[in-house]
Design a binder for this molecule. Structure first.
Ligand code: PS7
Ligand code: MN
Ligand code: MN
Ligand code: MN
Ligand code: MN
Ligand code: MN
Length: 346
């Protein structure tokens, strides 16, 4: 024990937190605020899924290699020698030095390892399914988002229950957990329109044709200056759809007991509704990056501790959306009307 104390912090663990800070500013902050028993498991869960997503996103990997790899990746997370060169930016280093993630993963409690491996298996299989098919219907859209984000919510709930910090019911709250993930993921998909359509060598789009088909002939048309009105109408339909999940995410968070776990869950959800409020009726989504101001994000990071704080934040952004619905040229438009109904409901 004396020797262990004198040694530097486990180098693989240092690598993992260093990586987390490089790849995600916002998750890095909320993960590091978690209670100690959940911090490393959630950090590793994040990095394992990031690695899986790096494979999914890398268009240089031929489909014939990628599909089987996505399906077996959950086995590689136990293999101390597994690594790969792929991805871009900081993800290259994550993949090259992946054995550091494996080292920390293999030191986690078995119950945590099982949850992480099971979710990774299901996500990889789902990603593989959507490599071979497009997101066409709203049902496809919900299913793709279930695979890449709803499952994260389901896995996190299982980790919360395993840690005993939250009640056992979290392990079986799949429906509400799924809504938590869908709310975040749909916000990311809406906001990333331009980034994803400009993707080289080919765009990767997740907006369902069942929605955009009502407004245009192709998704790429929406960024053309001549199609502003249709683009914004489509965007509003997408934002209205994402807001379906808000009331369920509030119901989920009302069941949490631990203050730090609550903050971990609530901060990203508030950023999501804040981002949706910014996106509503905002043509900027088609020309650049729409992002909440740093100061506004910081304000919520500092003071989101109770359900009352959370309702206040949701009300604030819902009211912004409602007000902008009411001042639109056609507030009687069905998309505007349903959205208004949804934000008045939260
Ligand atoms: C709290 C019950 C384990 C914390 C957190 C890496 C972010 C990458 O970034 O468009 O535009 O390139 O390719 C529910 C996170 C859902 C998932 C999905 C909340 C792991 C996160 C791998 C549930 C996050 C949804 C984005 C798949 O696709 O991304 C509670 C922790 C949460 C990771 C996210 C990410 C997909 C994604 P980008 P893409
Ligand atoms: Mn990605
Ligand atoms: Mn992806
Ligand atoms: Mn994205
Ligand atoms: Mn992005
Ligand atoms: Mn992306």
């Amino acid at each position: 024990a004396r020797r262990a104390k004198q040694l530097p912090k486990q180098p693989s663990l240092a690598f993992c937190y260093d990586m987390l800070n490089q790849v995600s500013r916002s998750f890095a902050i909320v993960i590091q605020q978690l209670p100690e028993q959940l911090r490393d498991p959630v950090c590793i869960f994040y990095l394992v899924l990031r690695a899986l997503d790096t494979i999914e996103d890398d268009m240089a990997i031929p489909q014939s290699t990628k599909v089987p790899l996505l399906k077996v990746f959950y086995e590689k997370i136990y293999d101390r020698s597994w690594k790969m060169s792929c991805g871009q930016g900081s993800y290259v280093r994550l993949m090259e030095h992946y054995p550091n993630v494996t080292d920390v993963f293999l030191g986690l409690d078995m119950s945590y390892q099982k949850v992480i491996a099971d979710i990774t298996r299901r996500m990889g299989a789902g990603m593989a399914e959507f490599i071979e098919k497009d997101v066409a219907t709203v049902a496809d859209y919900d299913l793709y988002c279930h695979y890449v984000a709803g499952l994260v919510g389901i896995g996190l709930s299982q980790l919360f229950a395993s840690s005993k910090l939250e009640s056992r019911q979290f392990a079986s709250m799949e429906n509400l957990s799924n809504h938590m993930g869908l709310f975040l993921q749909k916000t990311n998909i809406i906001r990333d329109y331009l980034e994803d359509i400009m993707e080289e060598p080919a765009p990767r789009m997740f907006w369902p044709k069942e929605i955009w088909g009502k407004y245009g002939k192709t998704l790429a048309d929406f960024k053309e200056p001549g199609n502003k009105a249709a683009a914004v109408a489509c965007l509003n339909h997408m934002v209205g759809d994402a807001l379906r999940h808000a009331e369920h995410s509030l119901a989920y968070m009302s069941k949490l007991h631990d203050r730090q776990v609550f903050r971990f869950c609530a901060i990203p959800q508030v950023m999501a509704i804040g981002t949706l409020a910014l996106c509503w009726n905002n043509h900027g989504v088609f020309t650049g990056v729409v992002k909440m101001r740093r100061g506004e994000v910081a304000k919520y990071m500092l003071s989101l501790d109770t359900m009352a704080d959370l309702y206040q934040a949701f009300d604030h952004f819902a009211a912004i959306i409602a007000k902008r619905c009411e001042t639109m040229r056609k507030p009687s438009d069905p998309v505007v009307k349903t959205t208004l109904g949804r934000v008045q409901h939260v």
